[in-house]
Design a protein around this ligand. Structure first.
Ligand code: FE
Length: 319
């Protein structure tokens, strides 16, 4: 008999994940094999390999790619009382094709000495001309911004969402370049006043081995938008079982393990993400940014709005 195994295709690239896989292996005797690449490459590979794909589990670091994989018919339904108990409904697919494993809030980061948080309010306000040349945000080909716009489409409709995107483009401090972390570096260097980033990047910088990163992070703090309205936009990294899986039982066990209180605490502490499991608390650093109201819009809706979001970004020339 072959030894039990589970094969993962993952877009996540954090050391903490490997620690969790090692633990799972030790507890269950199931060997975990992992292929790491960008989501786009992994999706292409799943398509090419078809039913011969060795992948059992697909892991993405945002809702847009999870939804894409479901849409392409590359996932299968999973039914698990454990997953349903551990993961709130808006953070998983209603049909059981994908499950959120960690949460990240897309927030506004500002310099504590330079910006009065009273001047901040909503995502929509980022389009206000008072922020002319002040906003640092990455390019639109990144799914994090596509998902944020997907949530704005859901709450405000397409015309207002387009107006917003246009307004933000005209308020940009510079042509979008770099990733989230680069926006914070540019902010402290004086290139702009507000950076739109996922929370864990600030956590990573605050705990970086590089003293320069730590110094930058010390100047910055988090503002949670939309507290008086729809709540701060949430994205997830998450996983689903592939259509081609030959190790469905092992794959389901792995997902259940990753949603457990023990694993969730390691996600939270190791990578400064928010746990999805309501029994867990964020790491002390993340907790120090304060509690906040999160947008509980079903992530599925954001996935469905992805194509529209990309169209709008093109129309308003958000590079
Ligand atoms: Fe990321």
């Amino acid at each position: 008999m072959l030894a039990a195994e589970v094969n993962i295709y993952s877009h996540r690239h954090y050391d903490t994940d490997q620690v969790l896989y090692d633990q799972f292996e030790k507890e269950t005797g199931i060997t975990v094999n992992i292929v790491k690449a960008k989501a786009g490459e992994l999706i292409k590979r799943l398509q090419m390999e078809g039913r011969y794909s060795p992948a059992d589990v697909f892991i993405a670091s945002d809702i847009a790619n999870l939804h894409r994989v479901k849409d392409l018919g590359l996932m299968q339904k999973t039914s698990s009382g454990i997953l349903e108990a551990n993961i709130p409904a808006h953070l998983r697919d209603k049909d059981g094709y994908w499950f959120g494993l960690t949460k990240r809030a897309r927030v506004i980061v500002y310099d504590k000495k330079r910006t009065d948080p009273k001047s901040l309010s909503t995502y929509m306000d980022l389009a206000n001309p008072k922020w002319k040349k002040k906003i640092l945000i990455r390019s639109s080909n990144n799914t994090y911004n596509q998902s944020l716009l997907g949530s704005i489409i859901a709450h405000h409709g397409e015309p207002k969402a387009q107006e917003w995107a246009k307004g933000v483009v005209s308020n940009m401090a510079r042509r979008p370049k770099g990733a989230d972390r680069d926006q914070m570096i540019a902010l402290v260097a004086g290139a702009g006043e507000l950076a739109v980033v996922n929370t864990y990047y600030l956590g990573q910088m605050a705990n970086s081995k590089n003293p320069k990163d730590r110094e930058i992070a010390q100047n910055l703090t988090v503002f949670f938008p939309n507290q008086e309205t729809t709540g701060t936009h949430i994205n997830i990294s998450g996983a689903g079982i592939t259509r081609s899986s030959k190790n469905i039982r092992e794959a389901r066990m792995l997902l259940e393990f990753l949603s457990s209180t023990k694993a969730q605490q390691q996600f939270a502490n190791g990578n400064y993400e928010y746990p999805v499991n309501p029994n867990n608390k964020p790491s002390p650093l993340v907790a120090s940014w304060g509690e906040f109201k999160e947008d509980t819009l079903a992530l599925e809706t954001i996935g469905q709005n992805n194509k529209k979001a990309i169209e709008i970004f093109d129309q308003v020339r958000w590079r």
